[in-house]
Each structure stands twice: as C-alpha cells, then as structure tokens.
Design a protein around this ligand. Structure first.
Ligand SMILES: [Zn+2]
Length: 461
C-alpha cells in the first residue's frame, strides 16, 4: 500500500490506482519536497529521517501535485518525472463558515454515501479547489490516512434522511466535508495533545501521586478508614473533617524553636506563614494514622512526600488542635447519680464505684537526649514510653485522662498529680489494678479503693 505523503492528500494506490506515486529525490530537491508536504507528525518525521539518511522510506508524492511541465518522456515513450521536478500544487481549502449542527448534518450525509462515488467526486472537486489559496495552519497534520475511514455510526437513519433531502448538494460539498473532517481531527488532536501533556506533568509529579494513592487506600472503605485512622466510618471521618475545617484553616504550626510559648491559632482569617504543602484532609489523616498505627515519622514523610520535620510539625500541631477541640466535649466527668444510674449488673458488689482507673503506656521513639531516654524508660514495658492515667465509668465511658508523663513515673505519682482525687467525692469508690499503691491518698478524701480479685484470665470475678 502506497500513500501520498502530502498533507490533506488522501491519494493512495488503492483508491487511486490511476495515479503515479513518486519516490523522493536524493539530491538537493529533497528538502523542498519534504517541506512541500507540510507535515510535522512523528510518523512523517521518522520517514523524513530515513530519506535524509538516504535510506529506503515510504515517502511518496502523487502526480496530482505536479504541473504538466514536470514530466519528460523516457526513451521507450513513457512519461516520467523530470530530474528537476518539484511539486507545486498543494490543495488548500477555504475555511467553511458553518455551524456545528450543519457540520454534524453534513458528516452524517457523508457517512451514508457509498465509497466509490465519494472517491470520484473527491477527485473532481479537489481539482477544482486546487487553485484556491489560503493560509490554514497545517503544520501538525497527522496524515496517516486513517481519518478517511468511515466511522461506525448510530445515526445511520438520520444520515440516510439527510442524504435523500439533499443528495445533489452532497456531490459538490465533499471536499468541504473533507476539510471539516480534517478540522475536527485537528481539534481532537489538539485536545489529545493537551491531555497527554497534562497527564505527563501529573506523572512527573510523583510526590502528589504517592500522596493521592495513599489517601485513596485510606478512604477506600469504612473498613480501611477504621484500620488506618481508628475512626468508625468514612462518613464519620468526613464529618469530622468538615467540622474541623473552619478552625484548621487558621492553624498556626508548631515550631520547635518557639516551643510551648507559641499560640497555635490566630484570629486571622488565613493561616499565617508559608502555604500549606498538604491538604487539610491529608494532614488530618496523617495525624490519625500516626496515632493509630504508630508509624515512624520517616515512613509518613516518605508516604506523604514531605520532610520528617514537616511530619513532626504537622502531627504536633494537629494533636494539640484536636486535643483542644475535643477534650472538653468528649471527656466529661459524669455525676455520681449518672454513674449509679448506668451501673452494669456485674458491678452490684461494688455499687459505689465512680471510676475504674489504670495507667496506659505508649511506645515512643527513643529520644536523643540521654536524660530524656532515662526518664521515658519503662522497666515494665522495657521500652521508652509515655504514660497517662485513664479512667472509665463502670459502663465503659471514658471519664478521665491525666496529662502524659514519662514512662519511668510511678502510677502513684501520676494519680497524685493528675487532679483525679479532687474530682472524687466522699463515699465514692475507685477500682484499680493490684499495682496501684494509692490507698492512703484516697483514704484522706474518704474514698474507697477496690482492688477486685482477678482470675488467672485477667477478668475480675
Ligand atoms: Zn497527493
């Protein structure tokens, strides 16, 4: 199969067996021939390279582009191209002024036309319009002849109707249709190039992709939200996110140099300082993931494509922010009557129980300072930890949380300093584990300490 390489020309030895298709010359004329084609697509460039290198190539120009004086007679009487011939007839069509609907209609007509008549009329009409000159931009035509294919259509009946209505008009409009088709192809090509460019840029932006993929993993389902963040469902997470947004937008980020003296929020409308790298949702999820899974800062930094120090800043800021926002709403100290009213049956032997306490320890990364290392070392857990006193009501509601202490601090010390004793009233009972050596502290306040007998399985009887 041979095709003419000139832009807009659809001649090939299949549809126009009557034409000659000339190979490109190897002399000085080559560049003129190449330029004449007015093509810049990759397929053409590939062939052009071969031609310039003097290699076999698929470039051809059909004899319709040559004026009559370009030929000479060979010794045996055949007409062939002269050694000086350069193509001169390039078909350029006037840009039609039609509306989108008209174009659609005409394309529908074209589809319903039989192929042979299409070809014949094309020849005639093309010859007519060959004289037309115009400066259409055809620098980037993709002339691989595929656009000559008839697209399969769902609108055949419409097309047939249109044909019956104006079949005479169709005869002379075919070249116009070619141009319209070509223009549509051009539009499509430009659109695809733009899309391709956007995708390419997006792919180059790996940090964003990594982050987005991780967020997708987290937000995939209720189950994944529970696993990564500990929040019960996706809708719950979204609700929290929306709830926090107005305040979070104004967050001022923690700075290790400024430490505790820094205010986390300002009254201004916008966040002070540099623009946020992550989206608010990403920061929120990062914080929750860190708290839930205890992932290392470095790991989160890689996942979210930020520096470890940024992770530290974000998480520290958000933890303080979340604590300030939720501590008062989620952590309530119920009255004695409320606790009594909701007392589970298993507590009937301990009806005065106001609170069940225990210390909880969390593993932390080993601090760099030797002093901090020693202070956070927990003999019990054999790890660097931080520690807090947690209290729940008999029905299981979190009613007390102390400040966090370093892992080496005793349960007794934390209980003493936590302020719990101040909340208790005379006659209350506190339930605790065996290790809690706090009876004397409570007795001063006339509060009982119940240390229930534990079975071997860790359940009290
Ligand atoms: Zn041609």
């Amino acid at each position: 199969m041979v095709y003419c390489s000139v832009a807009l020309c659809r001649n090939g030895n299949r549809n126009r067996a009557d034409l000659s298709f000339f190979r490109f010359p190897t002399d000085k004329r080559l560049s003129i021939w190449l330029k004449f084609c007015r093509r810049a697509d990759s397929k053409f460039k590939e062939e052009q390279k071969k031609a310039i290198a003097g290699k076999e190539n698929n470039l051809r120009i059909c004899n319709e582009h040559f004026t009559d004086d370009s030929y000479r007679k060979t010794l045996n009487g055949r007409r062939t191209l002269s050694d000086y011939a350069i193509p001169a007839i390039f078909r350029i069509y006037n840009k039609p002024e039609t509306t989108r609907n008209e174009r659609y209609e005409k394309r529908a007509e074209k589809r319903s036309l039989p192929r042979e008549s299409d070809v014949k009329t094309t020849k005639k009409a093309k010859a007519q319009s060959a004289a037309n000159t115009s400066t259409a931009d055809i620098g980037s035509i993709h002339n691989d002849h595929t656009y000559a294919k008839t697209p399969s259509s769902d609108h055949v009946s419409e097309g047939t109707l249109a044909k019956n209505r104006s079949s005479t008009r169709t005869q002379t409009d075919v070249t116009l249709l070619d141009v319209q088709q070509w223009e549509d192809d051009q539009e499509e090509l430009i659109r695809l190039r733009k899309e391709n460019e956007e995708l390419r840029q997006k792919l180059q932006n790996k940090p964003t992709i990594k982050r987005e993929l991780f967020m997708e993993d987290v937000l995939k389902s209720d189950e994944s939200v529970r696993f990564y963040t500990g929040v019960p469902s996706l809708s719950c997470l979204q609700m929290l996110s929306a709830l926090l947004r107005p305040e979070a937008e104004k967050l001022k980020y923690w700075d290790r140099n400024k430490g505790k003296t820094m205010a986390y929020q300002t009254s201004g409308k916008k966040k002070p300082g540099p623009k946020r790298v992550l989206k608010l949702e990403e920061e929120f999820v990062m914080t929750l993931v860190r708290l839930r899974l205890g992932l290392m800062g470095r790991h989160l930094a890689d996942t979210f494509s930020v520096s470890p120090s940024q992770v530290s800043r974000i998480v520290t800021t958000w933890v303080c922010f979340l604590s300030a926002t939720f501590k008062e709403t989620l952590l309530l100290w119920p009255s004695k009557e409320e606790v009594r009213k909701n007392l589970p049956r298993s507590f009937k032997r301990y009806p005065n129980t106001r609170i069940i306490i225990d210390c909880t320890e969390m593993f932390i990364e080993k601090p760099t300072s030797p002093y901090a290392q020693r202070a956070t070392w927990s003999d019990y857990k054999e790890h660097n930890t931080i520690k807090a006193l947690v209290g729940i009501t008999p029905s299981g509601y979190f009613s007390f949380l102390s400040e966090f202490w370093t892992g080496s601090t005793s349960d007794r010390r934390i209980t003493q300093e936590s302020g719990l004793v101040d909340l208790l009233e005379e006659g209350d009972a506190v339930m605790a584990d065996r290790g809690f050596n706090i009876r004397d502290i409570l007795t001063k306040k006339k509060v009982y300490l119940n240390i229930p007998p534990f079975s071997k399985k860790g359940r009290f009887r």
